[in-house]
Design a protein around this ligand. Structure first.
Ligand SMILES: CC(C)(COP(=O)(O)OP(=O)(O)OC[C@H]1O[C@@H](n2cnc3c(N)ncnc32)[C@H](O)[C@@H]1OP(=O)(O)O)[C@@H](O)C(=O)NCCC(=O)NCCS
Length: 155
């Protein structure tokens, strides 16, 4: 597949990202539409996977900075016809690279239970009890980001 993962910097691209989220979370998973977009969208950094051939957005996710060291990833979604081809992994890697560049130390997310194996492959660890969000069972997951080589050798 011929696609790229980019950070969203224009309103039109953000609307396309929201359209993917509506398709996946509202239409496919039955999340109430009024809960899908939220107040965090205005402060989050959004990423999209864009198919270079069709010029269409096929996947998305967002990153919220919770503190100088902690970021929270959310709304990870890939259109069903493009799943299982590494698009979700590539979006997550792009977010992690961005988080490292911002000197974040830890990433966390609320994983739907069915998606836990996907995040585990990426190095996230589930913790705590199962809880419901928008009627869907979730668990918290966390990952520590690597220190830079210079920090590792000087500390
Ligand atoms: C979860 C999701 C984003 C993964 O995206 P994707 O592009 O299909 O993921 P990838 O192709 O990069 O998958 C990487 C690996 O995780 C596995 N994986 C992906 N989704 C999985 C799932 N739901 N359950 C178990 N394994 C899964 C893949 O099989 C793949 O394994 P492999 O490398 O051994 O083949 C996508 O399935 C999706 O949008 N699901 C619906 C929305 C959703 O549940 N989002 C998560 C909310 S917490």
């Amino acid at each position: 597949m011929n696609y790229e993962v980019i950070r969203v910097e224009e309103e039109a691209l953000l609307r396309e990202a929201f359209a993917v989220r509506l398709e996946v979370f509202v239409t496919e998973q039955g999340v109430p539409e009024e809960e899908e977009l939220d107040a965090y969208d205005s402060e989050a950094v959004h990423f999209v996977a864009k198919d270079r051939d069709s010029n269409k957005v096929i996947g998305t996710a967002r990153l919220i900075q919770k503190s100088p060291e902690i970021g929270k990833i959310g709304r990870v979604a890939v259109l069903s016809e493009h799943r299982g081809k590494g698009v979700g992994t590539k979006i997550m890697q792009a977010i992690e690279n961005f988080a490292c560049a911002r000197n974040l130390r830890h990433l966390e997310l609320d994983a739907q239970l069915q998606a836990i194996p996907f995040y585990e492959r990426l190095g996230y660890t589930a913790m705590g009890d199962i809880f419901l969000d928008a009627g869907i069972p979730h668990r918290k997951m966390k990952k520590s980001l690597r220190k830079t080589e210079m920090e590792t050798t000087t500390t």
